[in-house]
Design a protein around this ligand. Structure first.
Ligand SMILES: [Zn+2]
Length: 300
């Protein structure tokens, strides 16, 4: 028998009165548990002003952070055709459609050409919101075309990785993208053009196992999850407890897997300096990227 008993019903919270705080005005930082105004977060490039926790950003925001001003997007119209007719909890085709509607993207990467501190550069930025930033046929094809275009036009390449790995709904076809992108990067290297890989939270699976680790410089954001298989899978396989901070940027830098860890607010200037160090030169503002892309772009 209970010692105390509530004789009356507890006072219920009013349900009809709307909250005085508008939705989406503030966000709680997972790093320091402080409440931050969304506006402050946006002006600080989505880095917590109190503890420097790096929030995930969309591919478009990433391009906005890196480029000086406007950019020219490449291969905008490429969409997956669901080659396997795949169905898991729901058909892949309807999953694609729902994600496209929700994100306004066609797939998990945007490739674009623009200038970074005056240096004409091809940038591919991945977006985690699109099926976990997974690499399917479209992601592989867009990145490959971007690298090939950069090789022809003699531009450096920057890829901002943010991915859960290969896209299982496209099976072996998504795995083939690893070899395809790496082949294009090898040709870029042979043409003596720089490639910088930027690893952001998270960079895992087939993306880590291919182009993410192939940069002339591999730069990561602080505390980003970077790995191939998840920690639980590894623990079960090797039957050992993993060390503290395993698969985070700082651990990987310590073990020699990365070259640099750079705060997002410094990323643009570090990349520009590195590109110049590797021989890239400022282009004249009169040269239009749109015109040169149109001349060199293959017909879709
Ligand atoms: Zn914080």
């Amino acid at each position: 028998m209970a010692w105390f008993k509530k004789a009356r019903k507890p006072i219920a919270a009013p349900t009809d009165k709307a909250s005085r705080v508008p939705e989406g005005l503030m966000v709680k930082c997972p790093g320091c548990a402080q409440i931050i105004y969304n506006k402050d977060l946006t002006t600080n490039l989505n880095v917590c002003p109190k503890c420097a926790h790096h929030f995930r950003v969309s591919a478009t925001d990433r391009l906005r952070m890196l480029f000086d001003d406007a950019w020219v997007e490449q291969d905008q119209g490429l969409v997956s055709t669901d080659p396997l007719g795949f169905t898991d909890t729901k058909p892949y085709r309807s999953r694609l459609k729902a994600t496209m509607d929700a994100t306004g993207l066609k797939d998990a990467v945007i490739t674009a050409v623009g200038t970074i501190d005056g240096v004409q550069t091809m940038v591919a930025a991945m977006d985690y919101e699109f099926i976990g930033g997974s690499m399917g046929v479209v992601v592989g094809e867009k990145i490959t075309r971007a690298i090939e275009r950069a090789t022809r036009s003699r531009w450096p390449v920057v890829i901002v990785c943010c991915s859960g790995g290969a896209r299982m709904m496209e099976g072996a076809l998504s795995l083939m993208q690893m070899a395809k992108v790496c082949g294009a990067l090898a040709r870029l290297g042979r043409a003596r053009l720089p490639y910088i890989s930027v690893l952001t939270d998270p960079t895992t699976g087939g993306v880590t196992a291919s182009f993410a680790m192939l940069g002339d410089l591999n730069i990561a954001e602080p505390k980003a999850l970077i790995g191939f298989a998840g920690p639980r899978v590894i623990e079960q396989t090797i039957k050992q407890t993993l060390p503290e901070g395993f698969q985070r940027s700082e651990f990987l830098l310590d073990k020699g897997m990365l070259d640099l860890i750079v705060d997002r607010r410094e990323m643009r200037s570090v990349i520009a300096n590195a590109l110049r160090f590797m021989g890239a030169t400022r282009t004249e503002p009169t040269e239009s990227p749109a015109a040169s892309v149109a001349a060199s772009a293959p017909q879709l």
